[in-house]
Write a protein of this length. Structure first.
Length: 376
């Protein structure tokens, strides 16, 4: 529903806006001397509402973790051997049942550095997926008469609907937001020791994510045109072994990313619990309590993922709501209040107007993205 040209323009503009707003988080860390969103909020806005950024982080990390699980199930449902799946329950539900137990011990890890062993393979798997999408777009195997065409509708050219734009184009922004949200979790920790380099760190992360997104988007369209499915790897033929391997690789990459987001979810729930029940802080710090919390949270995520069968709807809602909150509202509000209270309005009025303007734009985009996700 979006032409290639406006899709590339939207992705580029959105990436630039994300780099700028995420850099504001780094500047806020420097101004306040705090390394958490709750710490910054408490200093420049007030301790009474310190629960708000923690609640936002709970919503965002839960939503992203749910999106990862739903996407994993959507890809794996076609890969499970049909003859071994019990009659009750769909393949996607069984995919979740199979993966949750081995995923639990990894999600129980408390140190983000300990999760680095899953990040490298996940990155390699993602690059393999991009390579397959490129090769299949250029080798002609999905064009008419090709080995894997099988009567499918394919439009391997870019001239069709080159400049088409519709209300559903906002779903592209929602999808892009999913790829950027993981940066918000670690950004305050990176910003303090590397304040002068934070914009470069963010730029590299957002830039690589955007490049991968645009390559898959363009070359996926070149292969399937309007027949492309929401999860592009599900568009490839069942007898395309390399594409099937790409599905497995991307599924593993998603599972590699999930523990990182899940750790942020558990930490946010713990901090929120400490804030609401300060007399139970020691209990929340106990390893056994946090392990039990991990079990409960992962079980809830799994059950919700089993109920949510429309992965595209889930990703759109998560991208719209969580993207607006963490890419626009939280960074802009924290930075604007840090500047206003610490540096003063004088000499910074134009900057504050721009930052608050971006905050308003983010809120509007969030509501529009949510409407488009639910209405179309």
């Amino acid at each position: 529903d979006t032409g290639v040209v406006p899709a590339v323009v939207m992705a580029t503009v959105f990436a630039g806006a994300c780099v700028w707003t995420m850099s504001l988080v780094g500047h806020s860390v420097v101004l306040t001397g705090q390394q958490t969103y709750a710490g910054m909020w408490g200093q420049v806005i007030g301790p009474r509402t310190q629960w708000f950024p923690l609640l936002v982080l709970v919503i965002v990390t839960f939503g992203c973790s749910l999106g990862y699980l739903c996407l994993f199930a959507a890809m794996m449902k076609d890969l499970l051997p049909q003859d071994v799946i019990p009659e009750w329950g769909s393949p996607r539900i069984w995919a979740l049942i199979v993966v949750l137990p081995p995923l639990l011990p990894i999600c129980m890890l408390k140190d983000l550095a300990a999760l680095s062993f899953v990040s490298g393979p996940a990155g390699v798997a993602t690059l393999y997926v991009v390579g397959i999408v490129l090769v299949r777009a250029l080798d002609g195997t999905y064009a008419e008469g090709g080995r894997f065409h099988h009567g499918a509708v394919a439009q391997p050219t870019l001239h069709t609907s080159l400049f088409h734009v519709s209300p559903k184009s906002l779903q592209l922004v929602n999808a892009l937001a999913i790829g950027y949200l993981c940066l918000l979790q670690v950004l305050p920790r990176v910003a303090r020791p590397h304040a002068s380099q934070v914009h470069k760190v963010v730029g590299v992360g957002v830039g690589m994510t955007s490049l991968i997104f645009m390559v898959v988007m363009i070359f996926g369209f070149m292969t399937f045109g309007s027949a492309a499915k929401a999860v592009i790897l599900n568009s490839y033929a069942a007898d395309d072994g390399f594409a099937r391997a790409a599905q497995v690789c991307l599924s593993l990459a998603i599972l590699g990313s999930l523990p990182l987001m899940f750790t942020g979810l558990r930490e946010s729930v713990v901090e929120l619990g400490k804030l609401w029940a300060p007399d139970r802080c020691r209990d929340f710090d106990r390893t056994s309590v946090q392990d039990m919390m991990s079990v409960v949270l992962l079980l809830v995520l799994g059950l919700v993922a089993m109920v949510c069968s429309d992965v595209w709807l889930v990703l759109n809602i998560v991208g719209a709501v969580c993207g607006a909150l963490t890419i626009y509202v939280l960074p802009c509000l924290l930075y604007a209040e840090s500047v206003r209270r610490i540096l003063g309005v004088k000499g910074h009025l134009v900057e504050l107007v721009v930052v608050y303007g971006m905050l308003v734009v983010g809120v509007v985009l969030g509501f529009l993205g949510l409407y488009v996700a639910l209405a179309f």
